[in-house]
Design a protein around this ligand. Structure first.
Ligand SMILES: Nc1ncnc2c1ncn2[C@@H]1O[C@H](COP(=O)(O)OP(=O)(O)OP(=O)(O)O)[C@@H](O)[C@H]1O
Ligand SMILES: [Mg+2]
Length: 304
């Protein structure tokens, strides 16, 4: 009789402490010890279930945290979006009128005596550069948020790369390699949107190589996608920077806005593509754009 009381007491203890790793004593070879064995069997199964529950709860907590971060990011973007639309709209007109006035002033300057002309021309250039910079911020803010109309058509990639490089005025100490691999000469996409993306990537590459280096732009077909890689031999990035580069307003540059890559990500997703990056500090960086493949048959059908 004492054995059954002990078993009862041990089981009550387990229940009260909710410690399913405990086992009751199984000594002897009678009905009570059989009962104790069954109780232990149940306890080990309870222990396993409770471990599983703990793991599941931890996983749920992680998921909730992840979703909360995403939600906060969405709210932040929505707030940026609202501000961007208003600020962008309000700034566009005065900016345009500064550009027009600067143009008129430049005409006037050309009729001044050479010594005055030189000084004023320098100031005019600074004015123009700063207005262009403000214009870029307004465009980036708008690209981040406004609804886009994607107009797909045949885009010859080499020509597009040359245009982007021309616009950005690559300095003499930067070598440029273009590698267009067979089957990856064209894209069926929106020319202007793809140009904005490449503009941002090549600009970043140039800014990452203040003492010169090499930019390689290469296209290929891989895994049923068109890939465009923009590679530089610049300063590269550490893990922490890499983790944050697509976050709006993240920048490590004194005169950066931190919108370039956030815009790239949004735009490439609008084109049905994706962007990824590999980088190592001091060695350089490669951004890879992946786009739906160019299908000559499909393009022909659309053109008809
Ligand atoms: N090719 C690159 N090499 C090294 N670091 C880079 C490169 N591209 C981007 N980065 C890092 O990512 C950050 C974010 O880039 P992003 O283009 O979004 O903003 P930004 O260049 O700082 O400013 P802007 O809005 O004028 O483009 C940069 O500040 C830089 O630290
Ligand atoms: Mg940039």
């Amino acid at each position: 009789m004492r054995k059954i009381f002990r078993l009862r007491r041990e089981l009550i203890e387990v229940g009260e402490r909710r410690d399913f790793s405990k086992r009751v004593r199984e000594e002897g070879n009678d009905e009570i010890s059989d009962l104790a064995k069954s109780a232990n069997w149940m306890l080990s199964s309870l222990e396993r279930s409770s471990e599983e529950l703990k793991r599941y709860a931890a996983h749920l907590e992680e998921l909730v945290e992840e979703q909360t971060v995403k939600l906060r990011e969405k709210e932040r973007l929505a707030a940026i979006g609202e501000t961007a639309t208003t600020v962008g709209h309000d700034l566009r007109n005065p900016l345009q009128s500064i550009i027009n006035i600067a143009y008129l002033m430049e005409e006037e300057v050309s009729s001044l005596p050479p010594d005055k002309r030189e000084v004023l021309a320098k100031w005019m250039k600074r004015l123009r550069d700063n207005v262009a910079y403000m214009d870029k911020i307004v465009s980036d803010l708008q690209d981040m948020t406004r609804p886009l109309r994607v107009e797909r058509r045949e885009v010859r990639l080499e020509r597009l790369f040359m245009d982007v490089l021309d616009d950005l005025k690559v300095p003499g100490n930067v070598r440029v390699n273009l590698k267009i691999n067979p089957g990856a000469e064209k894209a069926a996409t929106d020319l202007l949107i793809l140009k904005r993306i490449l503009h941002n990537l090549v600009n970043n590459a140039l800014q990452a190589m203040p003492d010169g280096g090499r930019i390689t732009i290469e296209t290929s077909v891989s895994g049923g996608h068109l890939e465009i890689r923009v590679e530089d031999t610049g300063v590269g990035m550490d893990e922490e920077t890499l983790r944050r580069i697509f976050t709006p307003l993240f920048t490590t540059k004194a005169k950066g806005t931190g919108l370039g890559l956030a815009v790239c990500k949004r735009l490439i997703e609008e084109l049905g593509g994706d962007i990824s990056v590999k980088s190592s500090k001091g060695m350089g960086t490669t951004f890879t754009l992946s786009l739906p493949i160019y299908d000559a048959g499909e393009q022909g059908k659309q053109a008809q």
